[in-house]
Design a protein around this ligand. Structure first.
Ligand code: MG
Length: 348
């Protein structure tokens, strides 16, 4: 796992993916080899970095005890596109990567499909774990890709994290995030970037993991050492373990959060799909007039989009032909995980 392929796969320049990988904008990280971290840190069984769809699936299965339980199993009805299921729903919650776009490229036909849904009176929103980017940046990004979402129709786990933190006392937080992206939306928080100074890790009162674009093995070691020295809250703004992108998979904050949970016994608090908190925000935007059975989550990931839909008690549609399962057997993954969507679409 530590060969050139593994290294390339976590090179932030090589992979400009979008979910949360949006925050990858800096120079390549030289020491981002997590397989080395495990042995160097002396902390034992470090999780291997998933490099294939099968390994990524296995990585999610390995942390199922920290994910919400699967809900009502769906019928996995096969259909071609969103048009085929439009009659069953009034509101469409679309994942970004694998539904709207692959990396910096819009998936052909999806903007027109959304326009068609709206013409039929449907509400279409984005529900994404892209915690690494500010709201305005996300909206601008989707506009660049050809999608005209109003700001209130873009719901990210950055907002879910912020909403969840409303109940927390004012603490000083160390943040896993790319400084080049900036702290818009988070201005009210007392945050310090977690970079290469161990003193920052020691000083803060809690940790926010929102973007892993410039995270390194050394920074992870410092985080783990700091948590051993003094356990503190760990809040996770992006529960994704990996995000598929053009070149393979990028490693997301959930990977590091599950790692500290696994090896240190820390209990992170997660915000974003598949947890209910991000859906609560979507429901608030939709208002009380849309019943849950008329809302559908559309996404390419069983363990985030579909499991999240079941957690929230809404319909679910897996996109099998793009993103996570592109070129792979989604049916085998459905059978293996027991996470059964209502619909399996060839494309959005
Ligand atoms: Mg996706």
């Amino acid at each position: 796992m530590a060969g050139p392929a593994a290294r390339a796969a976590i090179d932030p320049v090589a992979r400009a993916d979008d979910t949360a990988g949006d925050d990858r904008r800096s120079a390549p990280v030289k020491d981002a080899d997590m397989t080395r971290t495990g042995s160097d840190s002396g902390l034992g069984h470090a999780a291997a970095i998933p490099q294939t769809t099968g390994a990524a699936f296995a990585a999610y299965e390995a942390v199922r005890h920290r994910l919400p339980p699967a809900g009502r199993p769906g019928a996995c009805i096969a259909a071609e596109t969103l048009d085929d299921i439009a009659g069953h729903f009034d509101a469409f919650l679309l994942d970004a990567f694998g539904v709207l776009n692959i990396g910096e490229t819009a998936i052909p036909g999806v903007a027109d499909r959304i326009a068609g849904l709206r013409a039929r009176g449907k509400r279409v929103m984005v529900v994404s774990n892209a915690a690494g980017l500010p709201q305005a940046t996300l909206v601008a990004k989707y506009a660049r890709l050809g999608y005209d979402f109003a700001p209130e129709d873009v719901i990210s786990s950055r907002a879910a994290l912020l909403a969840g933190m409303a109940g927390w006392p004012r603490l000083s937080w160390g943040i896993m995030a790319n400084p080049e992206v900036g702290l818009a939306d988070l201005e009210a928080l007392d945050v310090t970037y977690l970079q290469d100074d161990p003193a920052a890790y020691a000083a803060v009162e809690g940790f926010l993991l929102v973007g892993s674009g410039v995270w390194t093995a050394r920074r992870q070691q410092m985080l783990e050492a700091a948590l051993i020295a003094r356990p503190r809250p760990v809040l996770v703004g992006n529960p994704d373990i990996v995000a598929p992108c053009e070149a393979g998979f990028s490693i997301e904050p959930g990977f590091y959060a599950h790692r500290v949970a696994e090896i240190l016994g820390v209990v992170p608090e997660f915000f974003g799909k598949p947890y209910g908190n991000i859906y609560d925000l979507a429901f608030r935007r939709l208002g009380p007039d849309v019943p849950p059975e008329r809302i559908v989550m559309v996404g390419d990931s069983l363990h985030t989009d579909i499991l999240g839909a079941q957690t929230a008690g809404i319909g679910s549609a897996l996109i099998a032909g793009y993103g996570f399962f592109a070129g792979h057997d989604a049916q085998a993954a459905i059978a293996g995980s027991g996470i059964r969507p209502d619909y399996v679409l060839a494309r959005p």
